[in-house]
Design a protein around this ligand. Structure first.
Ligand code: CTP
Ligand code: ZN
Length: 153
């Protein structure tokens, strides 16, 4: 109980909306960018460098009155795969979702091949994903170069 009260003091509970919890602290601003939260007109609160048993330091984002589609949220799979999505209605957590890796990633990362067309023309990058035991591989749609995200994120 005291744990819950501590949390609520750090970042207040919300009535309705989405809470993204267990975001690695150093990925907070990247998550904000990928989810394009700057375009949302409603209330958003966040905290970072909060203590987490799992991650050491974590960040949390609370977006009032906003519910994301799975494919929107899954765009953060590369940078915050362990994030937890809590759906809040009338102050209650009515659903918890986990992030799943999309089959395709558009934008977000650059192709590691300097010769790739995406590094020379204004073309959005496009990769198919492959989950290995300890990392995610991205295969470029245009040049087929495989990039290990461990090296780039
Ligand atoms: N939360 C919130 N507003 C509410 C209810 C919950 O902002 N009205 C937040 C909590 O602060 C917490 C997250 O939603 O960060 C999940 O809430 P809850 O499931 O109650 O917390 P935990 O049991 O700690 O969740 P977990 O261990 O799954 O992260
Ligand atoms: Zn490429």
């Amino acid at each position: 109980m005291s744990k819950l009260i501590d949390k609520q003091l750090q970042v207040s509970a919300i009535e309705n909306g989405t809470v993204l919890d267990h975001i690695p602290a150093d990925k907070l601003f990247k998550v904000i960018e990928i989810l394009e939260l700057e375009k949302i007109g409603g209330q958003i609160t966040f905290g970072t460098n909060l203590d987490s048993k799992l991650l050491g330091k974590k960040a949390i984002i609370k977006i009032s009155d906003k519910y994301f589609k799975d494919d929107e949220i899954n765009r953060i799979a590369l940078i915050a795969p362990q994030a937890k999505i809590n759906i809040i209605r009338d102050y209650e957590v009515i659903e918890k979702r986990v992030i799943s890796l999309p089959e395709e990633i558009r934008g977000i990362v650059k192709c590691a091949n300097p010769m790739c067309v995406t590094n020379h023309q204004r073309i959005e990058t496009r990769f198919t994903t492959l989950q290995t035991e300890d990392s995610v591989l991205l295969k470029c749609h245009f040049c087929e170069k495989v990039t290990n995200t461990k090296n780039i994120i």
